[in-house]
Design a protein around this ligand. Structure first.
Ligand SMILES: [Zn+2]
Ligand SMILES: [Zn+2]
Length: 332
């Protein structure tokens, strides 16, 4: 499925498989998660994508050719971080997520809304056995960025999650495994998101604006800047508000009082490979359940439409080669 220009509908196309460069692998895609970032690229909110582009950075598939370090037949996951330079000040400091020259899967290089994909073997992750491809796919970004955001929230015992979709439904489970209490804030009247939150371990779920109790940290997954002062107002002194999205609408001005008391506002950007190794170690110990809504590859636009409308419960996933587009819960 090819994006020709921002704002254009994805179209099905036959393209010539690219030749492999040293260190790359060719992967037969089993499933590819649909992320809000894909929507930002599709709609032109993220600038200067490679064009034409194959979206998708939550790929689960099987190695069919390439680098000897990854044996043919191995199931791997391909995340958003596709390549880093290894030389810049960030790479040298162990912060490859901020690399000056980083390349991103499904944005600055082709991704996984396709039957085959090519990836640098060093950036692929080994995956737990057991769960189906479509159950694992959301871990490759929603899980990973969520995990990085959870670490950025520090050791907060009472955690607020703003926006309850693909990332939050995974993070809530990770947080509960770590002994934290989770409170979920959704759009008023979004009963579906609130019931999902309770299902995956949130102690309380309700509309933004209600204040059940003081939070020690908050993570904002919704791309809505007006949530920043609201979350700041809900966290205790010393608490952190983590903005986990790659794009957010403008943040309205707010009184200094909301930041006073050593409150912190920060973002998380991208991921490092060590985030991935840590996350997959964690979910091997404590499996998480992903709630996925599955679409066939050809229905990628439908999946994006539902995501744009806020209608997806949990995570949207393209099952490549699977004509059944239906909702089913799974265990990852
Ligand atoms: Zn670098
Ligand atoms: Zn993503």
């Amino acid at each position: 499925m090819v994006l020709d220009a921002p704002g254009a509908r994805l179209r099905a196309a036959e393209t010539r498989p690219p030749e492999l460069r040293p260190g790359q692998v060719r992967i037969r895609v089993g499933a590819c998660g649909v992320c809000r970032t894909d929507l930002h690229v599709r709609d032109g909110e993220l600038r200067e994508p490679k064009l034409p582009l194959i979206l998708g950075h939550q790929i689960v598939g099987t190695v069919i050719e390439g680098d000897a370090a990854l044996v043919r037949g191995t199931r791997v996951g391909v995340p958003w971080l596709g390549w880093t330079c290894g030389e810049c000040r960030y790479c040298r400091a162990g912060r490859e997520n901020l690399c000056d020259r980083a390349r991103f899967t499904g944005y600055t290089q082709d991704g996984g809304y396709a039957e085959e994909a090519v990836a640098d073997a060093r950036y692929c992750f080994a995956l737990p056995d057991g769960p189906r491809d479509e159950e694992l796919a959301p871990l490759l970004c929603a899980g990973l960025i969520g995990f990085r955001a959870l670490r950025a929230a520090g050791d907060a015992a009472t955690l607020g999650l703003y926006g309850f979709g693909a990332a939050a439904h995974i993070v809530a489970q990770l947080a509960v495994h770590e002994g934290r209490r989770v409170l979920a804030f959704t759009r008023p009247g979004d009963d579906d998101a609130q019931s999902l939150a309770r299902e995956v371990g949130a102690e309380w779920a309700g509309p933004v604006g209600e204040r059940p109790e003081e939070l020690e940290a908050a993570i904002i997954f919704a791309p809505a800047g007006e949530l920043v002062p609201k979350a700041l107002a809900a966290v205790a002194r010393g608490g952190t508000v983590v903005c986990a999205g790659i794009h957010m609408t403008a943040i309205p001005s707010f009184s200094y009082e909301l930041l006073w008391g050593e409150r912190v506002v920060r973002s998380v950007a991208n991921l490092t490979r060590s985030d991935g190794h840590e996350l997959f170690r964690a979910v091997r110990e404590h499996p998480v359940t992903t709630i996925v809504e599955v679409f066939p590859l050809a229905a990628a636009e439908d999946a994006l439409d539902r995501l744009r409308a806020g209608a997806v419960r949990g995570a949207a996933v393209l099952a490549v080669g699977d004509p059944r587009g239906r909702r089913r819960p799974g265990s990852a």
